[in-house]
Design a binder for this molecule. Structure first.
Ligand code: FAD
Length: 398
């Protein structure tokens, strides 16, 4: 029945993966999402199901035990999962980013050490750039790693780690003393292995409790405090310090496609709920879908769903082809997240008073959509990236 958000030119394998995930979402996620979300309960059974389907290794190369699938496959899977419940896509997103960074930038030893266990879902990744005083301005990072005789000592505080308590490998961006003039050249990514859980999980490393959020519940988001934490030099991603900014920007570029995909998934669900409800609810002697004002809302919502999906697919395909996709990923993230907020809002209005009831899914989507305007770079930051790229490519010859 789904007509919207179709993707032309998929392989049989991609079609099969998506059909399996869609069935999983309809049977195992949608029926439980409201209860789990309202209880802020970690979706342990759903995560086990995703492990069984091999989703933790979806993009990890086959030689390391993964399925070796493309960013496009991953994004389409995420779109389906977010259609069910965004928090579940949050569980795999940071894992996927860390696996991507290891695959692209890790030393052979680091790939061998982590990727097979990441593919199996035994090692679960999170990534940490943000700090209490910065998010957009990544180059201003203050958490510092100082080199000693036996390795590095890290001090400082990180903020907003999705899966901070439920992961056991965190890619952390910190400041190192490279002596470079430009701030972003003095940043290094460390691969911090830690046990899952909260409190002082290792000497000098604490994960205080979960941050209480307005939505995106079930999945944990935490702080991370370093107080004289010691780490070996061979835990630097790629083995060379000073490269962290480049690593992280590569990670967030795929992350942006992922956030766009999540926005598409939520918008699809908001549309599905609206078109169903509008045919059931009657006012003034007819279904509200028969009032032109509501029918036109549906038309506009569907057009936004379609446009966002196509731009997200385009950005994923570009990255898969090996080309730089900073502008396209920024555009896809910008439009998909803004449209998601608009489509969700319209679906909420179509639900009338019931949209305000916690019994209806739309109230959850209303709390999820705003996060997408912020995560992996706000809309303002996307516009900065897009305009910089445009001015680079359309440089005036005058
Ligand atoms: C639920 C949740 C999960 C998260 N998970 C992670 C995670 O796993 N890892 C991680 O590292 N981070 C994570 N983050 C952090 C997130 O990436 C940042 O919140 C985001 O990048 C924005 O940074 P900020 O909050 O510091 O806002 P600020 O950078 O302080 O921005 C505040 C406002 O100013 C605007 N602004 C800033 N600079 C400019 C500019 N140059 N021009 C115009 N406007 C500007 C912004 O658009 C925004 O509207 C998460 C955040 C949330 C809420």
């Amino acid at each position: 029945m789904a007509r919207l958000a179709q993707t032309a030119g998929l392989t049989d394998v991609q079609e099969e993966i998506l059909a399996t995930v869609r069935t999983f979402v309809d049977k195992e996620i949608i029926p439980h999402a409201q209860t789990l979300e309202h209880g802020d309960t970690y979706p342990a059974d759903i995560v086990d199901g995703m492990k069984e389907m091999g989703l933790f290794g979806l993009t990890i190369p086959e030689e390391y035990g993964g399925l070796g699938e493309s960013l496009l496959t991953y994004a389409l899977v995420v779109e389906q999962i977010a259609r069910g419940w965004m928090s579940v896509s949050g569980v795999i997103n940071t894992h996927f980013i860390v696996a991507h960074m290891l695959k692209q930038h890790g030393t052979p030893e680091q790939k061998e050490k982590y990727l097979p266990r990441m593919a199996a879902g035994e090692v679960r990744g999170s990534f940490s750039m943000s700090e209490p005083e910065l998010g957009s301005d990544v180059a201003a990072i203050r958490t510092r790693a100082v080199k000693g005789s036996g390795g590095y000592t890290i001090n400082g505080q990180k903020m907003w780690l999705t899966n901070g308590g439920t992961s056991n490998l965190t890619a952390v961006l910190v400041k190192t003393d490279e002596g470079a003039e430009k701030a972003h050249q003095n940043l290094t990514t460390f691969l911090v292995e830690k046990p899952e859980g909260y409190g002082e999980v290792l000497p000098g490393l604490s994960i205080p409790g979960k941050i209480d959020k307005m939505g995106y519940k079930g999945v944990d988001t935490t702080e991370m405090v370093f107080d004289g934490f010691e780490i070996a030099a061979d835990q630097i991603l790629g083995g060379v310090s000073g490269q962290g900014f480049r690593h992280m920007m590569d990670g967030v570029e795929v992350g942006r496609v992922n956030v766009a995909a999540r926005a598409c998934g939520i918008a699809i669900r908001a549309f599905e709920l609206a078109i169903e409800y509008s045919q059931q609810r009657r006012t003034f002697g007819k279904a509200i879908a028969e009032h032109q004002a509501i029918a036109f809302k549906l038309a506009e919502m569907a057009t936004k769903v379609e446009a966002a999906h196509l731009m997200m697919v385009n950005a994923a395909r570009l990255k898969d082809s090996g080309q730089r996709n900073d502008v396209e990923a920024g555009m896809a993230k910008l439009i998909a997240s803004e449209y998601c907020a608009e489509v969700t809002q319209e679906s909420f209005r179509i639900h009338g008073g019931y949209g305000y009831s916690k019994e209806y899914e739309i109230e959850r989507l209303m709390r999820e959509a705003p996060f997408l305007l912020i995560g992996e770079g706000t809309s303002e930051i996307q516009k900065t990236i897009i305009s910089r790229g445009l001015l680079r490519d359309y440089r005036s010859r005058g």
